[in-house]
Ligand binder design. Structure first.
Ligand SMILES: Cc1cc2nc3c(=O)[nH]c(=O)nc-3n(C[C@H](O)[C@H](O)[C@H](O)COP(=O)(O)OP(=O)(O)OC[C@H]3O[C@@H](n4cnc5c(N)ncnc54)[C@H](O)[C@@H]3O)c2cc1C
Length: 398
C-alpha cells in the first residue's frame, strides 16, 4: 500500500526503471517486482544473453558461501538445471612455465541465454515489464529514461545495470570515468571452440604474461567437445605491437600446455568486451540511482568473475529500493549493505591483484611466486580470500 501511495504522489510512470537486462538488472527486477513495485527493464540486445560475452563459469552456491561468507541470501545464485551446459569439479592453474596447481572447486558452466531468459521470465511472472531490443539513455533533468529525450519514460528510481563502462551511472554523476584507467580495466576476448578433446570437468586458468599480459587465459569446457577459450589482458602490460586477437591466437597456438589441449579444435565464434578489475566504484548510489554489477565495478579482481556479484548486488539494490518505497530509507542503505556483506572480500581481492601485478610482467618471477605460495594459497587468492598469515605482507606490498 505504501508503495502505491508514493507512485501516485510523484506521478512517475514506474517505481523503478532498470537499464540493462543482464544478471544484475534482472536479479534486481525479480526482487522488486515480487515485492509489488512497478518495474520496467530496458535491454538493448534483441535476445537476452546473446551474443554471450562471457566464459560462463559460475561457482556453486556453497562455493560462493565460502567465498563471500557474509552475504545473507545466496538464493539469488540458484541455477535452473536447463541453464547449465556443463559442470566442473576442479580448477587447474597453469604457471608461465607449465607447472600445474589443481584444487577442487564445483562450478556450473552456464548457458547465459537460457539463464537470463529464465530470470526475465521470473521477473515477468511477478509483473515486471522486460522490453528487449531497446537502447535507452538516462536523462536526469527529465526524471527518466528513453531511446531519445522526446520519448522518456519516468520513474522514481533508476538502476544502472548496463555493464561497464556504464553510461547510466556516468549520467547520474557516479565516478565511472574516474575508474577507467588502463590498470583498472581488462579487455577480454574469447572464442567458442568446438571439436576439442579437453577434459570436461576441469576449468583451466593459464598465467602466461606472453599471451595474456596483465590477466590470464582460460579453457572452460562447455560439454559436447566444446569450450570457451579466452584471454584477459590489460593494456599497460602489452609489450609487443600485438592486437588482443594476435595474443589470443598466440595463446591457442603457442602456449605449451594449452596448444596441446586445443590441437585440432575449430574456432566457432568470437566475442570481446571490457571488464572493471579494480573493485567497486568509490560511490555506487545517488538519491535516485543505484549502480549494480559491472556498472558498479562489482567484479572479483583476482578472478575476473562478475556474474555472482552482479546477481548479489542486483538483489541488494532491489532490497534497498523496496526499503525506499516502504519507509523512505535513503539509497545509501544499498551501499551499506554491499559493503557489510562483501566489501571486505572485494577489497582483499583488489589488494591481492595489485600485489600480483608486481610479478605479472615477468614470466619467471610469476612462476616463482606461484611455486612459493603453493596450491592452497593460490586457491585462496583466486577465491578472494587473504591467505592465512599473509595479510600483512600483501598490505605492505600493495
Ligand atoms: C570475455 C568475458 C568472459 C567472462 N567470463 C566470466 C566468467 O566465466 N564468469 C563470470 O562470473 N564472469 C565472467 N565475465 C564477467 C561477466 O560477464 C560480467 O561480470 C557480468 O555479465 C556482469 O553482469 P551485469 O548484469 O552487471 O552486466 P552485463 O552482463 O554486461 O549486462 C548489461 C546489459 O546491459 C545492456 N545494456 C547496455 N547498455 C544499455 C542501454 N543503453 N540500454 C539498454 N540496455 C543496455 C547490455 O546489452 C547487457 O545485456 C566475463 C566477461 C567477459 C567480457
Amino acid at each position: 500500500m505504501a508503495v502505491e501511495r508514493v507512485r501516485v504522489m510523484t506521478g512517475s510512470n514506474y517505481d523503478v526503471i532498470v537499464v540493462g537486462g543482464g544478471p544484475g538488472g534482472l536479479a534486481a527486477a525479480v526482487h522488486m517486482a515480487q515485492k509489488g513495485l512497478k518495474v520496467k527493464v530496458f535491454e538493448k540486445k534483441k535476445v537476452l544473453g546473446k551474443p554471450v560475452r562471457c566464459g560462463e563459469f559460475f561457482p556453486y552456491k556453497d562455493e560462493m558461501a565460502k567465498l563471500l561468507p557474509r552475504v545473507k541470501d545466496l538464493d539469488v545464485l540458484d541455477v535452473p538445471s536447463n541453464a547449465a551446459d556443463n559442470k566442473c569439479s576442479k580448477i587447474r592453474v597453469v604457471s608461465p612455465r607449465g607447472k600445474v596447481f589443481e584444487f577442487p572447486f564445483n562450478s556450473f558452466i552456464l548457458d547465459r541465454h537460457i539463464f537470463e531468459s529464465h530470470l526475465a521470465d521470473v521477473a515477468r511472472s511477478y509483473g515486471a515489464e522486460v522490453d528487449v531490443g531497446i537502447q535507452v539513455h538516462y536523462y536526469p533533468d527529465k526524471n527518466g529514461v528513453g531511446p531519445s529525450p522526446e520519448k522518456v519514460v519516468t520513474s522514481d528510481l533508476v538502476i544502472a545495470s548496463d555493464g561497464f563502462p556504464s553510461e547510466t551511472a556516468a549520467a547520474a554523476g557516479l565516478p565511472e570515468k574516474e575508474y577507467a584507467n588502463p590498470y583498472s580495466v581488462a579487455t577480454n576476448m574469447q572464442y567458442l571452440m568446438t571439436d576439442l578433446e579437453v577434459e570436461q570437468d576441469v576449468a583451466e586458468l593459464y598465467m602466461d604474461p606472453r599471451y595474456s599480459p596483465g590477466g590470464y587465459g582460460w579453457i572452460i569446457p562447455k560439454g559436447e567437445k566444446s569450450a570457451n577459450v579466452g584471454i584477459g589482458i590489460r593494456e599497460p602490460y602489452v609489450k609487443r605491437e600485438w592486437t588482443i586477437r594476435d595474443l589470443l591466437v598466440g595463446f591457442i597456438e603457442k602456449n605449451k600446455v594449452a596448444s596441446n589441449r586445443l590441437r585440432g579444435g575449430k574456432r566457432a565464434s568470437m566475442v570481446a568486451d571490457s571488464l572493471p578489475v579494480d573493485g567497486p566504484l568509490k560511490r555506487t548510489y545517488t538519491d535516485k540511482v543505484m549502480a549494480v554489477g559491472d556498472a558498479a565495478g562489482m567484479v572479483m579482481p583476482t578472478n575476473g568473475g562478475g556474474i555472482p556479484t552482479a546477481l548479489i548486488t542486483g538483489r541488494l539494490a532491489g532490497e534497498a529500493a523496496v526499503r525506499y518505497f516502504e519507509s523512505k530509507v535513503p539509497l545509501s542503505s544499498y551501499e551499506d549493505a554491499w559493503k557489510e556483506q562483501m566489501g571486505t572480500e572485494m577489497e582483499n581481492s583488489r589488494i591481492m591483484r595489485v600485489v600480483s601485478d608486481r610479478f605479472m610482467g615477468h614470466g619467471f618471477m610469476f612462476h616463482l611466486m606461484l611455486r612459493l605460495i603453493g596450491t592452497e594459497r593460490i586457491s585462496d587468492v583466486i577465491m578472494c580470500q587473504m591467505p592465512s598469515n599473509m595479510d600483512k605482507i600483501f598490505h605492505l606490498l600493495a
